[in-house]
Design a binder for this molecule. Structure first.
Ligand code: DOR
Ligand code: ZN
Length: 348
């Protein structure tokens, strides 16, 4: 039996939703993770500090007793966001970051930013005050092919933004391409990227080959194999600029399995087992702690968690449910298409 002890991980990109869904999914994150960056794309979105405080209170109320979990709140950037609200919220500790959704890029992004230059005054104040910007990096111009949206976004939006605001701390969320990895790895300091568990495991064939599989559909959509390999190399390299953001994004099954299904993969329940499997395959188990527990807090200017977890490699596969139940219906769990042998022992 192999054992791996590491600092408790954090999830630097997580959708917890609200109501019945929040209640059902939160315990799966809080069982393993010490903190998570909470995405603000609720309906209506979390657009000011009062809404972020109210959402944090609902998360804390839904937290199972005995779970030690800190939600790190974010604000959803709109074209009318007030820089004063952002800076005051950051300085008081109410929020940890601001999230940029290009309008129309993904689930509940219709209130996002249409013209990036309209939010430049807010970005300028964020750069001065050190407020991190989490970016959904996809171009939404309908003329751009969906598989090229990340690469085009880098050219049209991200590269000019970096030039204009070199002090702004940027997290390129859920990077899915070699282009994104290169941009983050090779540029000046002040940029990092999160990588999801599922983008390390699937390429676009999982969605489309041999039948359409909606549970593998997410945004940014998984790309070709060469991109998955670039993500795996980045995640397992130990490079401080890359860290875990699961983007676990639950939707009820009927919303996924539909003629127009929602984007999102629910993975918080088996993420750590999947990651240990990937890092083992890459002979990089000794770098899993950097990816899941150390690089994220370092970039955000926070201390790593004091607590530790132990991961145990079991002979028999660890059994995960195919679905979890919420009061409103089932949510399908990410199926990595391999048996998971790594189990998490939190010592709880
Ligand atoms: O697949 C995704 N699902 N990507 C996103 O950017 C949003 C998320 C969601 O909220 O469902
Ligand atoms: Zn997301």
């Amino acid at each position: 039996m192999q054992i791996l002890t590491m600092r408790r991980p954090d999830d630097w990109h997580l959708h917890l939703r609200d109501g019945d869904m929040l209640e059902a999914v939160l315990p799966h994150s809080s069982a393993h993770f010490g903190r998570a960056i909470i995405m603000p794309n609720l309906v209506p979105p979390v657009i000011d500090v009062d809404a972020a405080n109210a959402y944090r209170a609902r998360i804390e109320k839904a937290l199972p007793s005995g779970h030690d979990f800190t939600p790190l709140m974010t604000l959803y950037l709109t074209e009318t966001t007030k820089a004063d609200d952002v800076v005051a919220g950051y300085e008081s500790g109410a929020i940890t970051a601001v999230k940029l959704y290009p309008a129309g890029a993904t689930t509940n992004s219709q209130s996002g930013v249409r013209d990036i230059e309209t939010v430049y005054p807010v970005l300028e104040r964020m750069a001065e005050a050190g407020v991190p910007l989490c970016v959904h990096g996809e171009e939404t111009d309908p003329a751009v092919d969906i598989f090229d949206r990340e690469a085009v976004f880098i050219d049209r939006v991200l590269a000019p933004m970096r030039q204009r605001f070199p002090e702004l701390r940027i997290i390129m969320e859920h990077v899915t391409t070699r282009d994104g990895v290169d941009f983050v790895r090779d540029g000046p300091d002040g940029i990092a990227a999160t990588i999801t568990t599922h983008h390390l495991i699937i390429n676009r064939n999982a969605i489309l080959a041999g039948g359409i599989r909606p549970h593998y559909y997410c945004l940014p959509v998984a790309k070709r194999e060469e991109h998955r390999l670039a993500l795996r190399a980045a995640a397992t390299s130990g490079n401080e600029r890359f860290f875990l953001g699961t983007d676990s994004a639950p939707h009820l099954d009927p919303a996924k399995v539909s003629a127009c299904g929602c984007a999102g993969v629910f993975s918080s329940i088996n993420t750590m087992g999947c990651l240990a499997h990937v890092f083992e395959q890459e002979a990089a188990l000794d770098r899993l702690e950097a990816f899941a527990s150390l690089n994220g807090p370092r970039f955000y200017g926070l201390a790593a968690n004091e607590a530790k977890i132990t991961m145990i490699r079991r002979e028999a596969p660890v059994v995960f449910p195919e679905k979890i139940e919420t009061r409103s219906g089932p949510v399908t769990v990410f199926d990595p298409m391999f048996a998971i042998h790594w189990d998490v022992d939190t010592g709880a």
